[in-house]
Design a protein around this ligand. Sequence first.
Ligand code: F0G
Length: 380
Amino acid sequence: MSESPYPGLYRGLIERYRKRLPVAPDTRIISLTEGDTPLIPLENVARAIGHGVQIFAKFEGLNPTGSFKDRGMTMAVTQAVAEGTRAIICASTGNTSASAAAYAARAGIRCFVLIPEGKIALGKLAQAMIQGSVVIQIKGNFDDGMRIVKDMADAAPVAIVNSINPYRLQGQKTAAFEIVDALGRAPDYHCIPVGNAGNISAYWTGFSEYAGIKPKTAACAYCKDTCAFPCPAVTDSRPVMVGYQAAGSAPFMAGHPVAEPETVATAIRIGNPQSWDLAWAAVRESGGWFDALTDEEILKAQRLLAETEGVFCEPASAISVAGLLRDIERGKIREGSLITCTLTGHGLKDPDTAIKQSQGAVLEVPADSTAVRKAILDHL
Ligand code: F0G
């Protein structure tokens, strides 16, 4: 581990959790100081719903590129560079491409991103473009892009940095570590959006590792056990894992891949999740469940978080709170529970959707004090 002349300076999740990650001591770390995101108490939402629950949002939108992808990307790009890779590639609904582009820029390597035509939020596209990646727009969806990227593994000298890359999940498991470290215990439930299903698998790996339990799945064999199980346990319990999908893109509810996924939450517009078995294992081993929510329910939760908590996340992220609130109402969550929800990406990623659903929120008045005073008094 490299020594820092500034001992109080946070240096990213690899340095923080190095002992639990497959990184050699002399490896050059590619980092944007990701991780260490806040666990924000959602007191207003919890009070309104009742049932004595405590809800915390793990706001991953506050990572350097605005989504949880940075956790996995610091690991994947660090490993790619250590292996001498000159170029990386990913298929993406937007956030993976933004993150891959940033870490590639930092490492000084090439980055190719495949994105679905017309179905990527504006902020994410801007990130991939300005950070110098080669943006390849395909006339197809994320699942088409994923299929093509997998073909490229043998067809071109590029390393894949989608979550089928085992190092991605290793990095992403650190979010679970941070939650337990912050709360001093594992939550009773953890609610999370599910698209390609890497993140739910990574959280389960992290929660399991911190409980000193090797998941029954192959998740930990990914790093070929270089993370040295049995790891010392930090806590004695694991949360129930609850994964939410958009109703128009819900292969886990259907029990099979979905051919034409559709949802306003474009980040999770995915019909053929790559971490299918790992995600099922996380839900089954934890006694959890999958469920699906309509676009209307997703947007309502996005608004609720923004209006009552001041937390602006993107639509795909809000699904974890939308699902939780519905499950509390349906009595599926025990009274008095401690619950964490991952808010995967920042609301600024998708300004179009935010503005569209806030129509009428801007008052237009003449440029004089009387008119402004009237507007204030009308809206107090
Ligand atoms: N939330 C956001 C904001 C995402 O960008 C994604 C995935 C997910 C949730 C779902 O996570 O795939 O691990 O189940 N976005 C990917 C991308 C697919 O290309 O940016 P998952």
